[in-house]
Design a protein around this ligand. Structure first.
Ligand SMILES: *Cc1c(COP(=O)(O)O)cnc(C)c1O
Length: 383
């Protein structure tokens, strides 16, 4: 971990060979399902691509290194990663989870994990003490920080202390900041989740997911589970992720600069009621975020005065795309009520603060002034 993170996005071996793979700078795509054995009882180290594939293994090494983990697992999507991770729990286990999460995670917990006998307590972990909810069968605390979409910030160090004290796992979905801005494992978490579809891939062109851990016994369980359940990332998609990660630092810097510009601008607009961006000094999580992250990221949630205006903005944007997902080079705007969080029950949505006036921006790498210009003309058509 001595080299800088930008270097580590490109070079992971301290004593990298000069001409491995014929000197190819781009890691080869091992597009193979299976591997010939040199002899009976002998293996090249690779037997079948559901278990391991060199391109996927290379990507897993990169991601483990960036997060400061001992092992990483590349899965076909972020949801596949969370689903696989939950196979380590048993019926009757209890999980304390952030209430405001990516909608797909809430859907998974409510409809699949509960059916499998896992119990949940949902809590705003940025405001309430998870320690009070611990039961004899509690096994883990599951958080996002900042949360999707309301941008609540939890104190990772403090939550990790509670987890350690009670022998629980702390699982952090680090998708919103990427390892470039935040490393939960280094702050005491046990497992990190990523939707690799977002900032790690970075180009809105590939789905992927990751689990990273610094716990040998969890790594061992997950190696068995990925082999057994089979949602490992395909070789070509692994290569796309390796390629995307090469520019992670440049993209994170650029998109967060643009986000800071837009958040400040949005605050001044008449039709905008609230801007949720942890980089704003009046955001309740601003100071905690400064103490645990190296940047504020490029996600902005905001509310406008009426639902009519919210819908109008979605209809009127052109360069900014009205689309789900986030973390890519293109700026996207989404409507949590009917998109990312449509399957979250309305009363839960409203309790979490997601109203029909709430919009979420994933800020891309365009010229910031062009983004302001586009929103300016869209807002002008709303009044
Ligand atoms: C998108 C997302 C996921 C799910 O990832 P997929 O790659 O879409 O399956 C999980 N958590 C967060 C915070 C996300 O934004």
């Amino acid at each position: 971990m001595s080299r800088g993170i930008n270097t580590r996005c490109l070079h992971i071996e301290a004593d990298e060979g000069k001409t491995e793979h014929f000197g190819s700078l781009s890691y080869p795509i091992y597009q193979t399902a299976t591997y010939a054995h040199p002899g009976v009882g002998k293996s090249t180290g690779y037997d079948y691509s559901r278990l391991q594939n060199p391109t996927r293994a290379q990507l897993e090494k990169v991601v483990a290194d960036l997060e400061g983990g001992i092992d990483a697992f590349a899965l076909s999507t972020g949801m596949a990663a969370i689903t696989l991770l939950f196979e380590i729990f048993r019926p009757g286990d209890h999980i304390i989870s952030d209430a405001d999460l990516y909608g797909g995670s809430i859907r998974l917990f409510d409809n699949v994990s509960k059916k499998n006998g896992i119990e949940f307590t949902f809590l705003d972990c940025s405001r309430n003490d998870p320690e009070k909810e611990i039961r004899p069968n509690t096994k883990a605390i599951y958080i996002e920080t900042p949360t999707n979409p309301m941008m609540h910030v939890s104190d990772i160090r403090k939550t990790a202390e509670i987890a350690k004290k009670h022998g629980l796992l702390l699982i952090v979905d680090n998708t919103f900041l990427s390892p470039y801005f935040q490393n939960p494992l280094l702050l005491g978490a046990d497992v990190v989740i990523h939707s690799g579809t977002k900032f790690l891939g970075g180009h809105n062109d590939t789905l992927a997911g990751f689990i990273v851990t610094n716990r040998p016994e969890i790594s061992e369980k997950l190696r068995f589970l990925i082999k057994t359940t089979g949602a490992g990332l395909a070789p070509f998609d692994s290569w796309l992720l390796i390629r995307g990660i090469k520019t992670l630092g440049l993209r994170m810097e650029r998109t967060s600069q643009n986000a800071a510009l837009l958040a400040g601008w949005l605050k001044e607009q008449k039709i905008v009621k609230t801007v949720y961006y942890p980089g704003l000094s009046d955001h309740p999580g601003h100071e905690i975020m400064k103490s645990q992250a190296r940047g504020f990221g490029s996600m902005i949630t905001f509310t406008v005065d009426t639902q009519e205006h919210a819908l109008r903005i979605l209809e009127e944007v052109r360069m900014i795309k009205y689309a789900e997902s986030l973390g890519g080079v293109e700026t996207l705007i989404t409507y949590p009520t009917t998109q990312t969080h449509a399957d979250v029950p309305e009363e839960v949505r409203l309790k979490n603060g997601i109203t029909p006036c709430t919009l979420r921006l994933s800020v891309g790498i365009e010229d910031g002034e062009d983004l302001v210009e586009e929103l300016k003309s869209v807002f002008a058509r709303c009044t």
